[in-house]
Design a protein around this ligand. Structure first.
Ligand code: UD1
Ligand code: CA
Length: 460
């Protein structure tokens, strides 16, 4: 049987060093609240349960921000330190028999692979308590790992309490721990740190060691993965690190960038080979981009699927849409949720598409609104066409069948259908279904009044 794992994320701190009204763990890192990265890393481990420790001040906001996550909440009524925070999760952990992974909520760069390796080491060595350490180029602010002459760890000294000599130690606590359930009972033995007036979780190492429990401190590679974020400067640095890592990852997979410092790619995004990305492009959420695409400047794509060989021109916004191969989108296009653009179609400037299918080879090149519509193949949608889908109460659908020609400045008042191969004359308001092959025209007859302009002048 796979060994059970529970995770506790400490997120109740006030984050005073951020000098912000927003709870620290909800500060955004490349657009996503910091704690989501931690939860993502943790969920990769397939834990039986995840407990987030919230504080009185941030409980409501935190619950709101994490409502779509599969987590339980524990409340730390007063922020009395990290040990006290973990104790607050006691009730939620009652009866749990597996390993307990505890992490600070402010270490967003940590990855699943590193956590998994840590768990394996802890389990193999059958430790009662383990923690992950790393070597920090500048250890300021972190708890320093104390080792005896035989290199065995026996304690952690926080910055505040460290001597000058102690401060020189570069091996520091990452804020990632593993406990056997029994070891948690030692939390009660932690005394109040008089300087800060808090109960430090870090004291557990000394207490457990003194009692002869087997404790492991595993020093792990890249310090950039364990960066703790306490200030806005650190947040900005973490953002840069994360961007660099992501860009490097995609560069190694044949994606190219005109300016690698100016693209923002979320962690779940997938990009195909040979795709080129211009500056100021945002790829967000669960987005996948095909191979051989070109994405021009100022484009934002969220939760969308883009096929191969697609060109997305400048300043287009694409949300929850599907765009098939060899299409051309933009500039200035807006594809809203439910837009499905079939292959070889063209969506041009100032065209908005919502909850609509645009068939293969169909073109809507200029200034149109297509909402709640099913548009067939090889249709031409003239400039300024609007589907009037909303009657003030309900939304209705417009159906435009294959090979239809819609003249410019047409309004299609839904529900309405234009059958195969029909034509709609420019400037028409269509309220009735148009039969296949017909011409529908609804504008008034044009009149020319001869000599009118001259007479007007004479009057004046
Ligand atoms: C902590 C560690 C330090 C370690 C560093 C790694 C302690 C005492 N120190 O320091 O050894 O090197 O993390 O980044 O643990 N929190 C609560 N309730 C509280 C206080 C904090 O839930 O009462 C949460 C915070 O929201 C945060 C986490 O615990 O997510 C860590 O707290 P923080 O104040 O950032 O600790 P550090 O000073 O960074
Ligand atoms: Ca911290």
């Amino acid at each position: 049987m796979k060994k059970a794992l529970a995770c506790v994320v400490l997120a109740a701190g006030q984050g005073t060093r951020m000098r912000s009204t927003i709870p620290k763990v909800l500060h955004r890192l490349n657009g996503i609240p910091m704690i989501h990265y931690v939860l993502r890393a943790v969920s990769g481990l397939g834990p039986e349960k995840v407990i987030v420790v919230a504080g009185r001040d941030n409980e409501k906001v935190l619950k709101g921000a994490l409502k779509s996550e599969d987590v339980q909440f524990a409340l730390q009524k007063t922020p009395l330190g990290t040990a006290h925070a973990l104790m607050s999760a006691g009730k939620a952990l009652r009866g749990f028999q597996g390993d307990i992974l505890v992490l600070n909520g402010d270490i967003p760069l940590v990855g699943t692979v590193t956590l998994r390796k840590f768990i394996t080491k802890h389990r193999r060595a059958r430790k009662s308590l383990s923690l992950l350490s790393f070597i920090a180029e500048d250890p300021t602010g972190y708890g320093r790992i104390l080792r005896d002459r035989s290199d065995s760890p026996f304690g952690i000294r926080e910055e505040r309490d460290a001597t000058e000599e102690g401060k020189a130690i570069k091996e520091v606590n990452s804020g990632i721990y593993l406990f056997k359930p029994r070891t948690l009972s030692l939390l009660k033995k932690i005394g109040l740190n008089s300087k800060k007036g808090e109960y430090y979780l870090t004291d557990i190492l000394e207490i457990a060691s003194l009692r002869g429990l087997s404790c492991g401190v595993y020093c792990s590679g890249d310090e950039r993965e364990f960066m703790g974020i306490n200030t806005v400067e650190e947040l900005l640095r973490a953002q840069r690190i994360l961007r660099e890592k992501t860009v490097r990852y995609w560069l190694e997979r044949d994606v190219s960038f005109m300016d690698e410092t100016a693209v923002y790619i979320h962690p779940d995004v997938i990009i195909g080979e040979g795709t080129h990305i211009y500056p100021n492009v945002y790829l967000e959420g669960k987005t996948s981009i095909g191979s051989g695409c070109v994405i021009y400047p100022d484009v934002r794509i969220t939760d969308s699927t883009i096929g191969d060989g697609v060109t997305i021109k400048d300043s287009s916004v694409i949300e929850s849409a599907e765009i098939q191969g060899n299409t051309m989108i933009g500039p200035f296009a807006r594809l809203r949720p439910g837009a499905r653009i079939m292959k070889d179609a063209r969506i041009g400037n100032f065209v908005e598409v919502k909850a609509s299918t645009i068939g293969e080879g169909t073109k809507a090149q200029h200034l149109s609104y297509i909402g709640d519509a099913d548009v067939g193949k090889n249709v031409n949608i003239g400039a300024g066409t609007i589907t009037c889908n909303y009657d003030g109460v309900k939304k209705h659908r417009t159906v435009i069948e294959d090979n239809v020609f819609i003249g410019s400045d047409t309004q299609l008042v839904a529900p309405v259908r234009v059958e195969k191969g029909a034509y709609v004359g420019a400037g028409s308001t269509i309220t009735k279904d148009v039969p296949s092959g017909a011409l529908a025209i609804s504008r008034s007859q044009e009149r020319h009044i001869k000599g009118w302009a001259g007479k007007r002048k004479e009057k004046k």
